[in-house]
Design a protein around this ligand. Sequence first.
Ligand SMILES: [Fe+2]
Length: 369
Amino acid sequence: MWTFTLPTKIQFGAGVSKSCAQVARDYGRRPAVVTGKTLVKTDRVRSIISDLGEVPVFSEVTPNPTVNQVDALARLIREQGCDVVIAIGGGSPIDCAKAASALVLSEESSIAAFFGGGKPLGAEHLPLIAIPTTSGTGSEVTPIAVLDDPANSRKAPLSGPALYPVHALVDPELTLSLSRYTTAATALDALSHALEGYWSKNHQPICDLAAIEAARRIFANFERACTDPGDLQARTELSCAALLAGMAFQLPKNAMVHACSFPLSTRHHLAHGAACAFTLEFAVQFNAPALGERFGDLARACHFSSAEAMAERIHTFKRLGGLPCTLADAGIAPEDLPELVLASFHPLMNNNPREVTKEDLGRMYGGLS
Ligand SMILES: [Fe+2]
């Protein structure tokens, strides 16, 4: 048995973000804009904001959005009487905006009430328009917000139907100025979503289709986007792939790669995509035998003859993007490994198609020294 749902209206294409003001009027009268400190100074984001008129702008979102930032944004939305939220950015501003859009219609003043095993989020939320500026998280089509709770050294996903954006404007032109590092990290985050959605124990046929197509497009266009940032066609392929990868994992959910990524981000400060990429090639080789013919279908679609060949290509991508490949690159000391292994057993690990033991992770990290 399986269920497929996607309540988000998607508009895709170069220049589509220019219709933001018009789209916002369909959902409310007073928008709030959520973005990042650097993004808010860019011409494209300033242009989107100026089309909206005089609106409150929250640009305090950091790369790992915190519980406190969600609470501050919710206070701003309430004080300003906003009735629609527009998130412009990578996964961080979008995730922060998702959580705040749900929080403002609850009786709580802090998202902490719902985070890390707290009470479930209700279904109510302000309409949220998501405009991704990276091709990575797929957050524009998922009911998931990954939040950081530094006071408790915890980074974890919050999920619920209230977190689906109502509308996504996916404009590849917004990704043209991404650095090589960010292009690589975000594309490998998207590849992780595609592969993990595909091999999750909860995989299902509609998400499988999206996963295979997303992975195929990433393998075919990664190098072009990294080496020629202005290549709009390659950027368009990666934007489409990230969107499809978001659709691929949002219902099956991620598995061992994302479970391992959380302590790599919170304890060792790797960017989310770099943290996913850190273990991705090991996971491909570890999980392939458990997938049988299903792995063959995926590998053939992506033009690989074996799991080893796919893993090798991922390694090449990481080198090209300047992402950490070894423990030393990531600033992880050998004596950190026992705690890192223990902290990797997030519940997402239970979705992995092959059981993962502490010894398996010890072997994986040992191989990266
Ligand atoms: Fe991710």
